[in-house]
Design a protein around this ligand. Sequence first.
Ligand code: NDP
Length: 337
Amino acid sequence: MPETVNLSLDEARALSLAALEAHGANRANAAAVTDIMIRAEQDRCASHGLFRLQGYCASLRSGKVNGAASPKLRDIAPGVLRVDGDGGFAPLALDTGLPALAERARQQGIAALGLVDIYHFAALWPEVETLAEAGLSGLAFTQASPMVAPAGGTKPFFGTNPMAFSWPRPGKDPYVFDQASAAMARGDVMIHARDGKKVPIGTGIDPDGNPTEDPNAVLAGAQLPFGGYKGSNIAMMVELLAGGLIGSVFSYEAGRLDNKDGGPPIGGEIVIAMDPARFGDAERWADHCEALFAEATAMDGVRLPGQRRRKARLETPETGIELARSLYDTVTELANG
Ligand code: NDP
């Protein structure tokens, strides 16, 4: 195991803010990006915590991302809102659009928010969990840059194209899942490479198209979708929803536009919100769905997604977070400008 350094969440937050501001983000953008990384650290989602800081800072320094972005919300159809991210990181654009999306979904049962001209480098659960905590069900999709070979292919084409879903549970933690359509999230492949660990067969292929357990060979070759052609079809759906539908880019287009500074590529995101009380079963939906969760979890070995994170969320304010020494050194160096 690599040597680790323990930090409180406040110490981690201060380092992140200092680093982002030192690399050119204004306070609003630095705070929104920091919040999203520290939420990931608090929930022990290491692949989307401070591990991402270097990429965020690189894209500020290279000038690819607008550190002073001022996202603009537009109302473009009765059920469709749009945020122009002004070439900034996704978190501030999401903060700009999510309250209006929730309000619109409550008014009419369902609404969608397209976010364009953003750079997304984060987990998706924060956006759908926010909706669930407001009593709504959420769906979110974003594309990335080409990393995943389509079923039958051997070259990177799809992004790792994550999807997240949430379901509100009055009086309880919401049901939330958030998963890539790749067999393993890119950040986790990178962490395996950093820590000298193998990845399972099926994670990816080397540059010659051969199955491999070597994470560096996967990074040089291509990742694979989960579940073969089924994950590949879902990855295509994410391209269409987060790229084609909302007038953003496809992963392969984002790859061609990217300056390869190690930060996120340009992209888009679609978030859909639904009010379960407006679909014809206002009286019964909550109890009915609780019965579903109870039946499923009555089986030995079954748990609901999101529970691991929620448990960690309660623990880390007390225990602090463990950062690999190499990551801690990188973060402090970035914070010193
Ligand atoms: P994981 O495979 O780690 O987890 C996927 C989901 O499955 C989680 O919601 C997890 O819940 C749940 N889960 C895990 N084990 C079980 C179980 N035994 N029973 C039920 N549910 C379970 O996620 P991925 O590696 O696929 O993705 C990691 C992250 O990477 C995601 O947050 C995704 O948004 C992000 N990502 C972001 C991209 C971007 O461009 N912005 C690109 C690609 C990925 P729990 O957390 O409770 O364990």
